[in-house]
Ligand binder design. Structure first.
Ligand code: EPZ
Length: 420
């Protein structure tokens, strides 16, 4: 297994190009199941989760062609509708194939994804919505067995909770359903918006894009001609590098980024003392020497994203004062706390709320990544910890960050990827 050896860095400087969004790419790859043509996808990030989903599609019989700056996915050759445990266990977002496969083929088996490090991650809302659209769903030997021999029927879906992949699953199911589907309490994340935009440009009439109420007119199982598209930039990757600039007091410029996707993140960084120069596709951070404490509550977009919680906790250890961070989406998303404490952070937990007393001097040591965003928090802490930090189990990091150590090295960080 690989690990990262990180020495504390003086200030960094330079430019970081942001890759395509992992969480936009996953539903967009699943969406190719709705197409009759070969779908050209540009700007996919080179991360493990994307490879896992493309491998899943290949296991179902699809053909994926990798060219230098794009992937071409042909799902006309799909001859299997069972997504097996060996793949699904490595990435729960595999559940995104359920809606499209069921809508296209009338039956689908997907291994129950199970929980993951940050929480139980149920999919009850996905299943309940598909049943409302006429699917018969059974759970047998750890698999979801879904069937809709007469196709799915559009209807009114009201999500009890806002679910990002749940919304994406139902949008894709509704695209091939008969009649109109109205989704109320839909997720509004930019990644869901892009899925709607690409489907809309491919002939699916969708009203309310970007709002909590979506109206989707289905084709009644007519497959789509999906136009070539480029994946939007990864706002969480971008937010992570902005935190790197803030924690090391470095001016960094991010390119190929959409500032409008980072409103709540930029606002919190400004509260902590940073300022920014923005264009429509770049962000330059001008960090303050003194970092101010902050209060954060994670909520659905456009509020502060849970996927940035761990990174801000690392930053808060360097703030002068007490920061309060409340995690409202996942029940176990504080696993980075114990590793940060081992580096010297003064953090106390009370249920879903963390109190971070700063500023503390962090010291380098061996730490273990536990989940994707916790890993990036440890990297941020290591950039300002004395001595040397070894971040182990970085396969977690490789799931969602494209060439992180290369991008950090290019702006002056002392980071090396080594073998255990
Ligand atoms: C997506 O996960 C993201 N993953 C997550 O990013 C992100 O943290 C999360 O949305 C919240 O923004 C992808 O897009 C691939 P949810 P998702 O369904 O869709 C509950 C990362 O780091 N819920 O929006 O699985 C659930 O327990 C990853 O890139 C149900 O109760 O999250 C949670 O409390 C981590 N029943 C809340 O809703 C359901 O059927 C939000 O979950 C579905 C969800």
């Amino acid at each position: 297994m690989d690990y990262l050896k990180i020495k504390s860095s003086d200030t960094l400087s330079g430019t970081i190009k942001i890759s395509g969004a992992k969480n936009a790419s996953l539903p967009l790859i699943a969406m190719t199941i709705l197409a009759k043509n070969k779908v050209v996808i540009k700007n996919l990030p080179h991360v493990a989760d994307i490879n896992t989903l493309l491998k899943l599609l290949s296991n179902l019989g699809a053909e994926c062609q990798f060219l230098d700056d794009r992937v071409i996915v042909d799902t006309a050759t799909i001859n299997e509708t069972k997504a097996t445990y060996d793949i699904v266990k490595t990435m729960r977002a595999s559940i995104l194939v359920l809606g499209p496969i069921l809508a296209r083929f009338g039956h689908c088996e997907v291994s129950l994804p199970g929980g993951c490090a940050i929480g139980q991650r149920p999919i009850d809302l996905h299943l309940k919505a598909l049943e409302q659209m006429g699917a018969k769903i059974e759970i047998r030997s750890g698999y979801i067995e879904a069937s809709a021999p007469n196709g799915l029927k559009g209807c009114e879906i009201i999500f009890d909770k806002i679910t990002v992949t749940g919304t994406a699953n139902i949008i894709m199911a509704a695209a091939l359903a008969e009649g109109e589907t109205i989704i109320t309490n839909a997720a509004r994340e930019p990644e869901v918006v892009q899925l709607c935009e690409v489907l809309n440009e491919s002939g699916i009439q969708i009203e309310g894009i970007g709002t909590a109420i979506l109206k989707i007119s289905g084709t009644n199982k007519q497959l789509l001609d999906i136009n070539e598209f480029s994946v939007i930039p990864d706002r969480i990757e971008a937010g992570t590098y902005l935190c790197a600039g803030a924690i090391t007091r470095s001016q960094l410029t991010l390119t190929d980024v959409q500032p409008k996707h980072l409103g709540s993140v930029l606002a919190k960084l400004e509260e902590m003392g940073s300022s920014f120069t923005l264009t429509n596709n770049t962000i330059t951070i001008h960090p303050s020497q003194e970092i101010k404490p902050v209060k954060i509550v994670t909520q659905e977009y456009p509020a502060f994203p849970t996927d940035m919680q761990a990174q801000f906790m690392a930053l808060a250890t360097q703030a002068n004062g007490v920061s309060i961070i409340e995690e409202r989406l996942f029940e176990n998303r504080f696993m980075h706390v114990s590793e940060l404490q081992r580096m010297g952070a003064d953090i106390s937990l009370n249920g879903h709320t963390a109190t971070v007393n700063g500023k503390t001097k962090l010291s380098g040591t061996d730490v273990m990544a536990t989940d994707l965003r916790a890993s990036s928090a440890l990297v941020l802490a290591a950039l300002v910890a004395g001595d040397e930090t070894n971040v182990h189990r970085i396969y977690h990091l490789d799931r969602g960050y494209d060439a992180l150590e290369k991008k950090l090295k290019a702006v002056g960080a002392d980071v090396e990827r080594l073998k255990e």
